[in-house]
Write a protein that binds this ligand. Structure first.
Ligand code: DX5
Ligand code: ZN
Length: 224
């Protein structure tokens, strides 16, 4: 199967929330492929963000791009149903936050969404042993979840390479996504390590020209 075409997922955590619809329109117009939607509950992570209501509002606003929901919540399952109803495309969750990981994965798929598993920087790839055949996306955190604008944790490069090997050996089309501290100056190395799906928040929304930033990111990925 090998690597899939690169996807830039713009994390709206760093967008101007007072003008969220316009920000999402602008970042899609600028060339982002997906909207990465960070859901934090002040329990699984020490921060509080947005829920299904906001996802639904973006759909009503006319957003048709895939919405990549990253659940940083505990418990998980009830919000899966609400986000599926609110128009999510992908739903990913942290396995430590679910009592029944296989059940949650199946629930996401049965709700009509595509399931992903998220592993924190110190969480083992061993979680893939009994889940890889069921998921469509593996998200590796390259910062500790909870905040935008943190530094990429270097040992995650080696972990990415290991994850790439596992996915290729398995042979199914599973996206390998990276989240946290992705910038113009490291995105090439991240692609080389095996990622095909790149979350970027502050690097895009903190820049003056979203389009120029996304084009430069794609160019750096294409050089690999
Ligand atoms: C962190 C979130 C990220 C965050 C990334 O918990 O999962 O998606 O928005 O922000 P940057 O790209 O600024 O590191
Ligand atoms: Zn995220």
């Amino acid at each position: 199967m090998g690597m899939q075409s690169p996807v830039i997922a713009a994390s709206i955590l760093s967008a101007d929330f007072a003008r969220l619809g316009a920000e999402v329109d602008a970042v899609i117009e600028a060339g982002a492929d997906w909207i990465h939607f960070d859901v934090m509950d002040n329990h699984y992570v020490p921060n509080l963000t947005i829920g299904p209501l906001v996802c639904k509002a973006l759909r009503h606003h006319g957003v048709t791009a895939p919405i990549d929901v990253h659940l940083m919540v505990d418990p998980v399952d009830r919000l899966v149903l609400e986000f599926a109803e609110a128009g999510a495309t992908w739903i990913s969750f942290h396995p430590e936050a679910s009592r029944h990981v296989d059940r949650t994965i199946r629930l996401i798929r049965e709700s009509g969404c595509r399931p992903g598993l998220v592993l924190n920087p110190a969480t083992q790839l061993g979680w893939l042993d009994h889940t890889l055949a069921q998921i469509d996306l593996l998200l590796l955190m390259s910062v500790n979840p909870g905040f935008a604008g943190q530094q990429f944790i270097e040992p995650v490069f080696a972990k990415l390479a290991q994850a790439r090997q596992r996915i290729d050996a398995d042979g199914r089309a599973v996206r390998l996504e990276i989240d946290g501290g992705v910038k113009l100056d490291n995105i090439g190395a991240i692609a080389r390590a095996g990622a095909d799906t790149f979350v970027a928040g502050s690097a895009i929304f903190g820049s003056k020209d979203y389009g120029a930033t996304i084009r430069a990111m794609r160019a750096a990925i294409a050089k690999v």
